[in-house]
Design a protein around this ligand. Structure first.
Ligand code: ASP
Length: 340
């Protein structure tokens, strides 16, 4: 029996064609995908498609959409061997990260993919991305177990862990990168899986968290930053958690005003997570004098987490855990998203 895969179409460039009358790009009826990609009929995979009622540009994604995708996977979990989520590349890494934190005990592949050029254009990258993502979602090892048992992104011959990925280019076909973790698989003549890299959940039962706490702020430091502009981010009546994107190995300018804002926010029950704005490498509190303050204040080190993983993990843990539990989860690796 062929494996079966559910394709969830949320929107983005991949699902567009050129309207022959107007020349404009528009979304097409995704149920007719095999008319646009007839190669799909030659795959030894059974496929069903489900589409967002109104496909969206991924810039319009928000936690409600992540929950919608999570619910679709939850309600179809037993019936399918794997899932492919078609999604715009702009915020794909946020959705992949969010899904990874929503799912507990995931034992099947959830592969996000998209494209830089619409599937209905001659030089599209969408066909290869779609076909290989389906193949990966359907792949099993010799004992019949899914090879991939996590949320991953397939883009331009590479499979990356979802919560390690980031959008790297607005124009290259290689739009997505995973700067701190080697890829999970490389698609050449064969799909080569890097088995040692694959994540395995120890939790036996699959469940989906359907809540996010959006009272999360994100500040990217820069030389000369005027903190008065960011005062409301430190306002505990509005914000429960702050992700700070600091310099290098987690450093910040020595400023009594900044220290005061951080101290008050934390003593008032808020949580601050420190990640680096470098595209690779990690935060090491206390490596330089300019990060020792964070250690003293109880700011959590985000290690080598991406911004996408840090923001979505903060939203996920603050939605359901007590402050102490949230602090504990933010300080350690929970889904293969971080190394320290
Ligand atoms: N703006 C589009 C989106 O993210 C770009 C893409 O599809 O890659 O939805």
């Amino acid at each position: 029996m062929n494996p079966n895969v559910l394709i969830i179409y949320t929107g983005g460039t991949i699902g567009m064609i050129n309207d022959p009358q107007t020349g404009e790009l528009r979304s097409f009826d995704f149920n007719l995908i095999d008319q646009h990609v007839p190669e799909l009929n030659r795959l030894k995979v059974e496929m069903d498609t489900v589409s967002f009622e109104k496909p969206i540009d991924s810039s319009n994604m928000n936690p409600e959409h992540w929950i919608r995708i999570g619910e679709l996977i939850e309600s179809n979990y037993e019936q399918y061997d794997g899932f492919v989520v078609l999604h715009g590349s702009d915020t794909m890494a946020y959705t992949a990260s969010a899904l990874s934190f929503m799912f507990e005990g995931l034992k099947k592949p959830v592969i996000l993919t998209g494209s830089q050029l619409p599937i209905g254009t001659i030089r599209t990258d969408g066909k290869e991305n779609l076909i290989t993502a389906i193949e990966i979602a359907a792949s099993k090892d010799d004992s019949g177990e899914p090879i991939i048992q996590e949320v991953a992104i397939y883009f331009e011959y590479h499979l990356y862990r979802g919560n390690r990925s980031t959008k790297d280019s607005a124009s290259n076909f290689e739009a997505i990168k995973s700067p701190n973790l080697v890829e999970l698989a490389t698609a050449g003549v064969h799909i080569e899986y890097h088995r040692k890299m694959l994540y395995r959940s120890k939790v036996s039962e699959f469940s989906v968290q359907k809540t996010f706490n959006e009272r999360v702020g994100l500040i990217k430091l820069y030389p000369g930053i005027d903190l008065s502009i960011y005062k409301s981010v430190f306002d505990r009546s509005k914000v429960d958690g702050i992700v700070l994107e600091t310099f290098g190995a987690g450093n910040a300018p020595a400023s009594t005003e900044f220290e005061r804002l951080c101290t008050e926010f934390i003593s008032d029950g808020g949580i601050i997570l420190n990640i680096t704005q470098c595209s690779s490498g990690k935060v090491k509190h206390g490596m330089y004098e300019t990060s020792s303050m964070f250690k003293k204040l109880g700011v959590v080190s985000g290690g080598d987490m991406t911004t996408e993983a840090a923001v979505t993990k903060m939203m996920a843990v603050l939605a359901k855990e007590s402050r102490d539990e949230a602090l504990d989860l933010l300080s350690r690796n929970t889904r293969g998203e971080v190394a320290y």
